[in-house]
Write a protein that binds this ligand. Structure first.
Ligand code: ZN
Length: 257
């Protein structure tokens, strides 16, 4: 793999990006983005992602039922998901987790679907990509209950340094997104400063959360370089060394070449 930035979490199947996919990939390449992990949240998104991956070698696929849609996942969906995992096309399970901000009515279903997907990840030796909103303690307790059998990444992390360290101790990496570049980002900058380099990933979470100075525009993989450059500034290190380190973190977490 050539050295450059990577985007460890992007919703390329969102219409805002999918309808201009060739341009999105071209702009990513032009900005030295060498690897992209797309998040597929339904069976049809997984099918689409597999087609994209055949066309663009830089794409890896994370597949998972998002907590907000957890109540919609059927038995049939779970079966199909497992078939896709067995086919070897899926690099990670995600995004999965708990979201008590957007969905307060299906708490128990969210927890069941989260656990079931963690167990799939353990069964097939895959890492998980975690979404967590207003549910830190429950997410932590569930992860901790698997007693270090599950590994993964906390996507778009915006929590405390203390919790970041706790997740790292449970075998997790911390992924920073556009929030790191915002002007009022002191708390998250402190997290980035304090945690070890080999525990870090970066992402866009496109089409959401576009980094400064493009806030408000549609986010896409090329913008991950602003997150990376901010991280290099925080860590006081050169770009190339940071890119190599993040690529190496990514490859070892997801067991990719
Ligand atoms: Zn996402």
């Amino acid at each position: 793999m050539s050295i450059g930035w990577l985007d460890s979490h992007v919703h390329l199947m969102d219409d805002s990006l999918l309808l201009q996919i060739d341009d999105v990939i071209e702009r990513a390449k032009a900005n030295n983005i060498v690897r992209i992990m797309v998040i597929a949240m339904t069976i049809s998104e997984i099918e689409l992602a597999i087609r994209l991956k055949k066309k663009y070698k830089m794409i890896d696929i994370a597949a998972g039922f998002h907590p907000v849609d957890a109540h919609l996942a059927t038995e049939n969906d779970f079966q199909k998901m497992e078939e896709f995992i067995k086919s070897g096309e899926i690099a990670a399970i995600g995004e999965i987790g708990l979201d008590y901000y957007w969905d307060k009515t299906h708490e128990k279903i969210q927890i069941d679907v989260f656990r079931r997907q963690i167990e799939l990840a353990i069964k097939y030796d895959l890492a998980v990509n975690i979404h967590m909103r207003e549910a830190t303690q429950d997410v932590f307790d569930i992860i901790a209950s698997y007693d270090m059998q599950v590994r993964g990444v906390m996507h778009c992390y915006s929590g405390s340094l203390e919790m970041a360290k706790a997740f790292i101790n449970k075998g997790f990496l911390i992924s920073f997104g556009g929030i790191l570049t915002f002007k009022n980002a002191n708390k998250i900058v402190e997290v980035a400063q304090s945690i070890p380099l080999d525990k870090i990933l970066i992402e866009t979470d496109g089409p959401y959360l576009t980094p400064h100075p493009f806030r408000g525009k549609t986010n896409e993989p090329m913008y991950v370089k602003y997150v990376g450059e901010k991280l290099a500034e925080i860590k006081e290190m050169d770009i190339f060394t940071l890119q190599s380190q993040i690529l190496s973190n990514y490859k070892s977490l997801f067991k990719l070449l």
